[in-house]
Design a protein around this ligand. Structure first.
Ligand SMILES: Cc1cc2nc3c(=O)[nH]c(=O)nc-3n(C[C@H](O)[C@H](O)[C@H](O)COP(=O)(O)OP(=O)(O)OC[C@H]3O[C@@H](n4cnc5c(N)ncnc54)[C@H](O)[C@@H]3O)c2cc1C
Length: 323
């Protein structure tokens, strides 16, 4: 296998590398201190096209391949991760639902806006009781005449929700159908009934923002439905595939000296993370703490810091289910 980059991608990688060194990394410490991405860095990210690396040129993006987009993200990740949360998230889970399933009118209206970074898009799938098992979402959509759908429910962990001008909201028209009952809707910020709720504090990733989203009798024009009813789950998974691909270069990029602190968990977020871990439902089950596979704290193996793999397979049990 040949890992040599084609000349044009190698040149792109160098351009982004230089931009990150000169224009982004100097802001790393300020982001840790203030929790915000400075306006000057936003201007640079927009100028470089980093809000639309992978968006087709016909819709205002750079039209790069997934490899080209990942090369840019790898360089971005050498600076503060907050830069990625703003621009990178916009490229995939922000833009992809519209790119994959939007009508031509929706693509023309929104993709150039998103690719230029003038509008930030957020992806609203996760709910308090639906994370990994996304087909369990309970946000509902019901038809209201021919012209509208009405959305009701609540979402959580929504990246960029406080800054977003546009949301892709996933809802179900019939919870009994599971994944097959889901649909995706484009909802503009400011639509009556759509409210950004509490900020969700993360253990790391200062400078990024994540919040709850509340939908109360939120009327959305029927033309904002992406694809057809029943395609919501597929649209979500395809978009998340693009997102996950971009996380690999982030994970492998070495952080610069002054941005190493971004990987440290913030102590004040730990109590809420612990509380969340002990109440969060997953696939209808509630976790136990310590997990059944972990020996009791008094056990000599636990005190020596034994890992789960040191526990006999017979000790492994499925998580406790509520019902
Ligand atoms: C920084 C950050 C940003 C995010 N941004 C967004 C966003 O923009 N939009 C959005 O919609 N969501 C977002 N999320 C939510 C994210 O998609 C969910 O956290 C993810 O889907 C996992 O769901 P969960 O946190 O509920 O974990 P759970 O589903 O509760 O899972 C907890 C643990 O159990 C494991 N587990 C789950 N099911 C099984 C199983 N069947 N078998 C074995 N193990 C299992 C998981 O691997 C995990 O380790 C974000 C989350 C974070 C942390």
């Amino acid at each position: 296998m040949n890992f040599t980059l084609p000349a044009e991608l190698a040149a792109w990688q160098q351009r982004v590398r230089q931009f990150v060194r000169q224009e982004l990394q100097p802001h790393d410490a300020a982001i840790e201190a203030s929790g915000e991405v400075p306006a000057a860095a936003m201007v640079g990210l927009r100028r470089m096209g980093l809000f639309g690396t992978n968006t087709p040129t016909a819709y205002g993006g750079l039209g790069l391949s997934m490899l080209g987009s990942c090369l840019a993200v790898e360089e971005l990740a050498k600076a503060h991760v907050a830069f990625y949360y703003l621009s990178g998230v916009n490229v995939h889970i922000g833009s992809k639902p519209i790119e994959f399933a939007g009508s031509e009118a929706l693509k023309r209206r929104w993709l150039p806006e998103l690719a230029s970074g003038r509008t930030i898009a957020a992806f609203a799938l996760t709910e308090a009781d639906a994370g990994s098992d996304a087909a369990r979402i309970r946000t509902t959509a019901r038809r209201d005449g021919l012209a509208y759908y009405v959305l009701d429910g609540a979402k959580t962990y929504i990246t960029n929700a406080p800054q977003a001008g546009l949301f892709t909201v996933f809802a179900t028209l019939d919870p009994s159908l599971g994944a097959k009952g889901m649909a995706a809707f484009v909802v503009e910020a400011g639509t009556p009934g759509l409210k950004v709720g509490r900020t969700v504090e993360m253990a790391a990733g200062r400078g990024s923002s994540h919040a709850e989203l509340v939908l109360e009798s939120c009327r959305v024009p029927a033309e904002n439905l992406l694809g057809d009813v029943g395609r919501g789950f597929e649209i979500a998974m395809r978009s998340l595939d693009a997102g996950r691909t971009h996380w690999a270069p982030i994970a492998s990029a070495p952080p610069s000296g002054c941005s190493i602190s971004r990987w440290r968990a913030r102590p004040r977020a730990r109590p809420s993370a612990t509380a969340c871990a002990s109440t969060r439902a997953s696939n209808g089950c509630w976790p136990t703490w310590p997990p059944p596979c972990m020996p009791p704290a008094s056990s000599p193996t636990r005190r020596r810091g034994a890992t789960i793999t040191a526990v006999p397979a017979s000790a492994l049990r499925p998580p406790r289910c509520r019902s």
